[in-house]
Structures are given as C-alpha cells and as structure tokens.
Design a binder for this molecule. Structure first.
Ligand code: ZN
Ligand code: ZN
Length: 100
C-alpha cells in the first residue's frame, strides 16, 4: 500500500499496517490498516500554510589562498593585490584584483 509521509509528503510503499520510516526524511509514520478512516478533522491535501522545503545550501566558492614566501604560511585573501601575512606580517602579492 502507498502511504504519504506526514512530514515531507513523500509517497512510499509499505507492506502493511505498522510504523515505517520515511525513505526521504526519516520521519516515522504510523500506517493504519486499510479501511480505517482518518478522523473528521484530518482533511487530505497540503495545509494552507504549506511551504516548499528550503533549498539546499549553496556550496561555498573556493577561497583564494596565497602562500607567504617568508614563512610559507597559507592564508585566505580577499580581492586585493597585496595581502599582509597574518603569521609574520610580510606583504604578499596575491596576483589578484588591484585593478583601478
Ligand atoms: Zn518524509
Ligand atoms: Zn608569513
């Protein structure tokens, strides 16, 4: 029989009545025997306040890194032409930005 997850509304197949974890979100859904009717207060369909699930987080862009020629410390730099090494204070050209 096909049931619908109460949490994410994914439909999935179960062998019969019982408790089953949703394959999509892992929520446990209690499945009643066929013929059992939902209570009068349980209407089918999505609730009026239903919102789509949030989009997956965007992957972070690769962080530009430079390596300090003085101490070989690697650090992340912004869009600047010359960065200051946080380890030894040397000025490190990044080869980035700097366009005026
Ligand atoms: Zn689910
Ligand atoms: Zn350094």
């Amino acid at each position: 029989m096909i049931v619908r997850c109460g949490a994410c509304h994914t439909q999935f197949e179960v062998p019969g009545p019982g408790k089953f974890s949703c394959p999509a979100c892992g929520s446990v859904n209690a499945v009643r025997a066929a013929g059992a009717r939902p209570g009068p207060g349980q209407a089918a369909g999505a609730p009026p306040g239903y919102t789509s699930p949030p989009p997956p987080p965007r992957p972070e862009p690769p962080s530009p890194r430079v390596q300090c020629p003085e101490c070989e410390f690697r650090f992340i730099v912004g869009d600047i032409a010359v960065a200051t090494c946080p380890n030894c204070g040397a000025e490190v050209p990044t080869g980035r930005g700097g366009e005026e």
